[in-house]
Design a protein around this ligand. Structure first.
Ligand code: COA
Length: 262
């Protein structure tokens, strides 16, 4: 079975490509002109697809991917600069909950920059394959913001506080080899091999017992799920407050006008 839903107005956004084949749902972020930066419509499209995947008997495994050049430049900064929706109305929050609550395996195929939420979402995937050109960047503090998507909980607990601080407080980019060393990705490959590798692993997983997979993932997540949700809620309050700060506004303006931030 193959489903392609790329038309605007469909349940998936214009910039999200979906394909369902032999139990594997591939969700591709496809907005190359903006380096796959995510808009509210794209978050909603992804979240709807993930929620549907959780209940559909046709979906056993999910793959998230970008292109061979770019995974995702994070939240659309133009939209950050223009809009101030109330904290829990942000479609990004809807997406975060949809991904972190999905108890079917999620495999990420990453190439090029994975910035902001493009990097933090990887902490909620079960397997991550990275191209040699991958760069994980958590630029929140540099933008006058704070990290989100439970990354303030998950990164320190996985890497130790000091190594997490390099990534989260300094916003230092992490290349593919370092990400492998830190245990943030499963393998590093040539960019053209990343998606095929994710597909091969997904096919192997899809041939296993669905009930056993879901039960096992649920057990793996159980101990941290509630803590993640609480952290997302706390981060969301802080993030929403910082989003309207003069420092953040100035950083967004600097990015959009291609000048150094004040
Ligand atoms: N939001 C909106 N537009 C973005 C964007 C974002 N997050 N990231 C990139 N773009 C746009 C650029 O403004 C540029 O637009 P233009 O062609 O109209 O000038 C276009 O995408 C290409 O980006 P560019 O910066 O020229 O590409 P690059 O290959 O040199 O660098 C990145 C790619 C992803 C490293 C860089 O764009 C970047 O750092 N983006 C910001 C990411 C970020 O801080 N996100 C976190 C938000 S919390």
């Amino acid at each position: 079975m193959l489903i392609e839903r790329t038309k605007n107005g469909d349940s998936l956004s214009h910039h999200i490509v979906s394909e369902l084949r032999e139990g594997v749902l591939s969700l591709g972020i496809n907005r190359p002109e903006r380096k796959n930066a995510l808009t509210p419509q794209m978050y909603t499209g992804l979240a709807d697809a993930l929620i549907e995947a959780g209940t559909s008997d046709h979906v056993r495994v999910v793959i998230l991917h970008g292109s061979e050049e770019i995974f995702c430049a994070g939240n659309d900064i133009e939209q950050f600069a223009a809009h101030e929706p109330a904290q829990d109305e942000r479609p990004s929050i809807y997406f975060m909950h949809a991904l972190s609550r999905l108890m079917k395996p999620v495999i990420a195929a990453v190439n090029g920059p994975a910035v902001g939420i493009g990097a933090t979402l990887l902490l909620h995937c079960d397997l991550v394959y990275a191209g040699r050109n991958t760069q994980l960047v958590f630029p929140f503090v540099k933008l006058g913001l704070c990290p989100e998507f439970a990354s303030t909980l998950l990164l320190p607990s996985r890497l130790g506080h000091q190594r997490a601080a390099e990534l989260l407080l300094l916003g230092e980019p992490c290349d593919a080899d370092r990400a492998l060393l830190l245990g943030l990705v499963n393998d590093v490959l040539d960019p053209e091999d990343v998606l095929p590798r994710a597909r091969e692993t997904a096919a192997r997983m899809a041939s296993l017992s669905m009930q056993a997979l879901q039960t096992s993932k649920t057990l793996m997540r159980e101990g941290i799920q509630q803590a993640c949700e609480q952290q997302i809620a706390k981060e969301t309050v802080a993030f929403s407050r910082l989003l309207t700060s003069p420092e953040a506004k100035s950083a967004f303006e600097a990015f959009l006008k291609r000048r150094k931030p004040d």
